[in-house]
Design a protein. Structure first.
Length: 166
């Protein structure tokens, strides 16, 4: 990381198999970047929201590596990894919380400065009213949240903002 910007990053597709391949994928990634574990100055791990099992697996691997390497572990909100909108103003990052509703994180962009509020869990029955008050939305591509709320006029905004993730 250089001045809060990752020098490189990777992801593992398929949440059902993430735990089986996490350590192997980490090794492949470090090799492709010509980086050794001993080169790491810290490790970041998501504190959620997200899949309980995935968060636990990620935290266990991260804590184990940090302990072995004697480096800091830095936790972060998983919703903060999504790219904010290109224009200044307030925005909402939303992610399906399955039967519990929607995870939401409000943010504001002013130039290159981005600030975030506190992540919240919005119950299903409150989602339409909550979304109706927002102007910009960011939602993972393919997230069930988009499909759960197809009947709202917000779909176009959600689909447009989802493209920002690439």
């Amino acid at each position: 990381m250089k001045e809060k910007t990752p020098l490189a990053c990777c992801s593992i597709e398929g949440k059902e198999i993430c735990s089986r391949f996490l350590v192997m994928r980490l090794h492949q990634f470090l090799s492709s970047e010509r980086c050794a574990l001993s080169d790491l100055g810290f490790i970041g791990a998501s504190q959620g929201p997200g899949s309980y099992t995935s968060l636990r697996v990620g935290a266990t691997v991260a804590k184990s590596l940090c302990f072995a390497l004697k480096i800091p572990l830095i936790g972060f909100c998983s919703l903060e990894v999504y790219t904010p909108p290109p224009s200044d103003g307030t925005f909402l990052i939303a992610m399906d919380a399955n039967t519990r509703g929607m995870y939401a994180l409000e943010g504001e962009k002013k130039g290159s400065c981005i600030s975030y509020g506190t992540p919240a869990l919005i119950p299903h029955n409150e989602v339409p009213n909550f979304l109706a008050k927002k102007n910009h939305y960011i939602c993972p591509i393919g997230d069930p949240l988009v499909q759960n709320f197809l009947h709202f006029s917000l779909l176009k905004a959600l689909q447009t903002c989802a493209k920002w993730q690439k």
